[in-house]
Ligand binder design. Structure first.
Ligand code: ASP
Length: 592
């Protein structure tokens, strides 16, 4: 090695030793009598001093060092002068008095430095990712990520899982997103699809008798990106045979307990709590409810039926729902202007028609501009239903069940944060189970799989598959951490007949099923064990355990919202020769 120690290694016990260090110049200070360099690498920072005893030419050379130059220095470890210890640094008791310096690489003036406090804008950080990755926070996160993945692998290995790589160039597996396609040069006009997940391969591994599979798998989905999504992301993909949903959830319970203990020093109580999908939607309006705080949704549809207030009554009579939440003690915190803002928010973001609100007055009565449309008795019943006490703010949504879910979930999350109803340091883990098998794709007027088409229905709901698909529940489970989905999985269909029925229901006719999934349908005929699994979003898990709020900060080389890599400038154009070889022509943007 070009060094004897890293920049984080030296302590008082090394005093008087001759050492050499390599690293980046974090900062260079000229203190009259000497040049002080903070030398940095990923292990830490060490103070290097060039004093009068270093000699004039060395002093001059040291004075020329600039931020981000890469240097190698030789020197003797010394105790820092009285009163100059830096207890924020692990190396803060010592400094290295240098007698030799070699510049390994000069840095141009960087657009930003890793040590500057205010972060530059994210585009600049992504363009100069190597500078950004030098920042301590980024290094901590990537080290955390590496620890988490190692803990996952170790835990799975201890439990008999074997790590198998599956192809990146493959056939489309439907997880409900658009595929990234790769044209084949050899098979003109044919395309590989990058895996949206290794779903079918892992099922095939079960049929092949491997019993327990894992993979830290890269997945690709060409979706319009939301803030916390990436077009390529990493999953802990897991599958096991001869198991039921409890076994898979139990396995992940153990993994979460291990991670929580090792990473955060938290003792999780197992089994993690579970709630059905139906209950989650009723109580929280969302299938990944944030359970760090209460403010549960309360149904008032029966009361709304008796109201003079037309919006409530009509909604209730026409099969809609009137539901509300109680923001305890928040009446004073939300002025008319803020309430107007909340109303705009639910209209704009969730297509709500409006938002009804009531303040609970000191005498316990409900007041709002619309309260005159309610009898005192009925208002009192609303208040009682919602647990109203003086000073509370009640927010009600009258709409379809779906819209009330969206509105109240949105309000609940927003108010939960604004009113600081939970400590952002707490972690809450739970399961949501028994999702519906199907959801209606309104645009295409057909059923779509809520999870994916290989998900098994609950045995008792098989009967509804043809008669009432909406009623059929799946053996599906999502892991929810702090109100976001950290993973999801299902028990799979291992019966060829049932698989074909589900395909038909999803509008995949026999010929198409054969064409796309013939290998699976065949495999299911050659001895398929019952099996199931799950995938955990590793980027998301790192974000949650690192208590970060930007998923891109958890990935070394992430893409922007527009799916580009600003550092390499991918995607890029290719030359005509490559296109010709692939037999591909580009349609001009204005001709598409
Ligand atoms: N393949 C699924 C997904 O990526 C996970 C699973 O069902 O195991 O969401």
């Amino acid at each position: 090695m070009l060094r004897t120690h890293t920049c984080g290694a030296l302590r008082a016990e090394h005093i008087d030793q001759e050492v050499s260090l390599c690293g980046w110049v974090d900062v260079n200070r000229d203190h009259g009598g000497g040049i002080f360099i903070d030398l940095r690498d990923r292990y830490g920072v060490t103070q290097v001093v060039f004093g009068p005893e270093s000699g004039a030419s060395l002093l001059e050379e040291a004075a020329r060092l600039r931020a981000e130059d890469v240097v190698r220095i030789w020197g003797r470890v010394a105790r820092r002068p009285e009163g100059q210890d830096n207890d924020k640094l692990a190396t803060g008791e010592i400094e290295v008095r240098s007698h030799r310096l070699e510049v390994l690489n000069r840095s141009e003036r960087p657009p930003f430095t890793p040590r500057q406090r205010d972060l530059p804008n994210e585009d600049l950080r992504l363009r100069y990712r190597y500078l950004d990755l030098r920042r301590r926070e980024m290094q901590d996160t990537l080290i955390l990520r590496s620890r988490i993945i190692k803990l996952m692998r170790d835990y799975c290995a201890e439990n008999g899982f074997i790590d198998v790589e599956t192809p990146i160039l493959g056939r489309s597996t439907p997880e409900g997103a658009r595929d990234y396609l790769v044209p084949s040069r050899v098979h003109h006009g044919h395309f590989y699809a990058l895996p949206q997940s290794p779903q079918l391969y892992k099922q095939i591994m079960m049929i092949a008798g491997y019993d327990r599979y894992i993979q830290v798998a890269r997945c690709f989905r060409d979706e319009d990106l939301r803030a916390d999504r990436q077009p390529e992301f990493t999953q802990l993909d897991l599958e096991m045979s001869f198991c039921d949903a409890d076994d898979v959830m139990g396995m992940i319970d153990g993994l979460m307990a291990r991670l929580a203990k090792e990473i955060l020093g938290l003792e999780l109580k197992l089994p993690l709590p579970r709630m059905t999908y139906q209950e989650a939607m009723e109580r929280f309006g969302h299938d990944a409810p944030d359970l760090r705080f209460g403010m549960e949704i309360v149904d008032c549809t029966d009361l709304a039926k008796q109201a003079e207030f037309r919006v409530f009554r009509a909604t209730a009579e026409e099969g809609g729902r009137v539901r509300g939440i109680n923001a305890k003690g928040a009446a004073e915190k939300y002025s008319r202007r803020l309430l107007d803002e909340l109303t705009e928010y639910v209209k704009h973001d969730f297509g709500a028609k409006g938002l009804a609100w009531f303040r609970v007055e000191p005498d316990g009565k409900l007041w709002s501009p619309t309260s005159k449309n309610f009898s005192d008795g009925l208002l009192a019943q609303f208040g009682e239903r919602l647990g109203a006490e003086p000073g509370d703010l009640l927010l009600l949504s009258a709409d379809s069940f779906d819209v009330t879910c969206k509105v109240l979930n949105g309000l609940r999350r927003r108010l939960g944060a604004e009113l600081q109803l939970y400590d952002p340091q707490t972690m809450h883990f739970s399961w949501v189970v028994d999702f519906p098998m199907f959801e209606r794709d309104v645009e295409e007027n057909r059923w779509a799989a809520k999870h994916h088409p290989f998900t098994a229905p609950k045995p008792e709901d098989l009967q509804y598959l043809d008669s009432d698909p909406e009623r059929a529940r799946a053996v599906a489970y999502d892991l929810v951490v702090n109100g976001s989905e950290a993973g999801g999985g299902t028990i799979r269909i291992h019966d060829n007949e049932v698989q074909q029925r589900v395909f038909r229901l999803l509008g995949i006719d026999d010929a198409t099923a054969r064409e796309r999934f013939g290998f699976l349908l065949d495999a299911l005929k050659f001895g398929a064990p019952p099996h199931g699994g799950i995938a955990l979003g590793i980027d998301r898990v790192v974000m949650l355990f690192g208590r970060l709020d930007n998923i891109r900060d958890c990935i070394a080389f992430p893409k922007t919202q527009k799916a580009s890599d600003l550092m390499t400038e991918a995607p890029g154009t290719v030359d005509c020769k490559q296109l010709r070889e692939l037999g591909i022509g580009i349609i001009r943007e204005d001709e598409r």
